[in-house]
Design a binder for this molecule. Structure first.
Ligand code: UDP
Length: 494
């Protein structure tokens, strides 16, 4: 890297994350990793979004990274979004999703103004694939645009192959996805919105636009690691012809305790004792004994569905941490939790977090024995990094694909048995899993027989491989070097 180092100081990478925790947090982690490699980095986001990671960036700067945050105003009013909502998880209703996309398109001019004044001039822009207006800006300023998709190569390959099938995906029953390295069976109703377009025409045409513009990017960075899905990485590269850099799992860059505590928190309060309470509570339990349940940052599972999850946890008779999102169905849930006695019944072994949980911190505690996850890709990877088996409860987007990665490819978990996606905004439709499913799936990974031990062994193995991938000499470390060198070549810096 010596000749590389001579010119690396001239590199300037721009990060433009989508405003949703599952996209923003990994892009900030990726930006930190890149800046630790002596590259200048600028993250562009809105003021309310930057609160979640500003102190962590300040710590990186103190350690020698050249990284800055630039603010852009979120066009709420012009897009019909209430003041104070600058991210998908804070939208009062998922009906506002198309307004959110309108707001993203309106970022073009302000972003262009920022680009005019950026010094040193940008060498590369890494933007979320949903912020498609960046394509024109990158073209205007002659900067390679790399997209961040937020998922993995299994997902990218699966979508690629399913698009080729077009109308011939059967409406009923299971079908085998063609061209996958394993025999992957899915149902149409489990596929992302792209293959199950709803009534919202604006949303559908937005999806098409993203897809179209995706094609003209310089390459894709993926928050995954080669050892996890080797065949899928190879095959996706082969069929797509794209440059693909797997540089994850990026959440592992948060080795400082404060980084883990603050990751994604919307209010950083130095007197907040809540994390210590969680850690002290976890310290009370033996290794691998606690169930951790969190269904992500966006889900709006109904109180009816959540009660089944709670009753299932109660039936396991094991200790658990259960993260309940703050707002949705709050009154009904509180009534059930408090007045109808759930909290009282489980008070000796249940820890409820009503709001944001420091997930990466919790998953790194040795007391955690299983993670019941909605299979958002970040959560799935964070569980893999924690070396714990997963119980999978996919709901929407590409989460059924991620369940397959867990259950069939990595074999570090079991399914709760959800049969069909419940798309955002459609949660009232059904209760997907029952308390017996929850209890039985948890017993399958925590119980004593040989099959269960195999799952736990695989979880430990991939936890170790994840850490090795990110260390110097590991595959993701190497891929980040390749990305840096690629951009240096393009920019004539070596
Ligand atoms: N997360 C967290 N605390 C919470 C909920 C979510 O730290 O209470 C983080 C989680 O660690 C992950 C991200 O938010 O990094 C959620 O992304 P994911 O892809 O798992 O799911 P999504 O929320 O996009 O459905």
């Amino acid at each position: 890297m010596n000749s590389t180092q001579c010119h690396i100081n001239n590199l300037h990478f721009i990060f433009i994350p989508l405003m949703a925790p599952g996209h923003l947090l990994p892009m900030v982690d990726m930006a930190k990793l890149l800046a630790r490699r002596k590259v200048k980095v600028t993250i562009i986001t809105t003021p309310l979004n930057s609160i979640q990671f500003k102190s962590s960036i300040d710590r990186e700067i103190q350690l020698g990274s050249q990284i800055q945050i630039l603010h852009i105003k979120f066009p709420n009013v012009e897009s019909g979004i209430p003041e104070g909502c600058e991210s998908v998880d804070t939208l009062p209703s998922m009906d506002l999703m198309s307004n959110f996309y309108i707001a993203l398109c309106k970022l073009k001019n302000p972003l262009e103004n920022i680009f005019e004044n950026l010094r040193p001039v940008p060498s590369c822009v890494i933007s979320d694939k949903h912020i498609s207006c960046v394509a024109e800006i990158a073209m205007k300023f002659k900067v390679p645009r790399i997209i961040f998709d937020g998922t993995n190569c299994f997902h990218l390959l699966c979508n690629h192959n399913l698009r080729n099938l077009k109308g011939s995906i059967p409406n009923e029953g299971k079908f085998v996805v063609p061209g996958m390295p394993d025999q992957i069976e899915l149902r149409k109703c489990q596929l992302p919105g792209l293959f199950n377009p709803g009534e919202n025409k604006k949303l559908n045409s937005f999806r098409e636009e993203v897809r179209e513009i995706e094609k003209y990017s310089y390459g894709i960075v993926v928050n995954s690691f080669e050892e996890l899905e080797e065949e899928y990485v190879k095959e996706y590269k082969r069929v797509s012809g794209y440059k693909v850099w797997c540089v994850g799992p990026v959440s592992l860059c948060n080795n400082d305790k404060l980084d883990k505590v603050e990751r994604g928190k919307k209010k950083i309060n130095s007197n907040d004792e809540s994390e210590n309470k969680i850690l002290n509570w976890l310290d009370l339990w033996p290794s691998n004994s606690v169930i951790y349940v969190c269904l992500g940052s966006l889900n709006r599972a109904t109180p009816q569905q959540l009660k089944e999850v709670g009753l299932g946890l109660e039936a396991t008779k094991r200790p658990f941490i259960w993260v309940l999102r703050g707002a949705y169905g709050k009154d009904e849930m509180d009534k059930w939790l408090i007045e109808e006695g759930f909290e009282e019944r489980v008070k000796d072994r249940g820890f409820l977090i009503k709001g944001w949980a420091p997930q990466v911190l919790i998953l790194s505690h040795k007391a955690i024995g299983v993670f019941l996850t909605h299979c958002g890709w970040n959560s799935t990877l964070e569980g893999i990094c924690g070396g714990v088996p997963l119980v999978t409860f996919p709901m929407f987007a590409e989460q059924f694909y991620n369940e397959k990665v867990v259950v069939q490819v990595v074999k570090n978990g079991v399914s709760l048995g959800a049969q069909s996606a419940v798309h955002l905004g459609e949660e009232e439709k059904c209760v997907v899993v029952k308390k017996e499913n929850v209890r039985d799936a948890i017993e399958k990974v925590m119980g004593e027989d040989e099959e269960n031990e195999k799952i736990r062994e695989s979880a430990r193995k991939y936890g170790d491989l994840a850490k090795e991938a990110l260390e110097e000499g590991g595959s993701s470390y190497h891929n980040m070097t390749q990305l840096i060198e690629d951009i240096m070549h393009v920019q004539g810096l070596c």
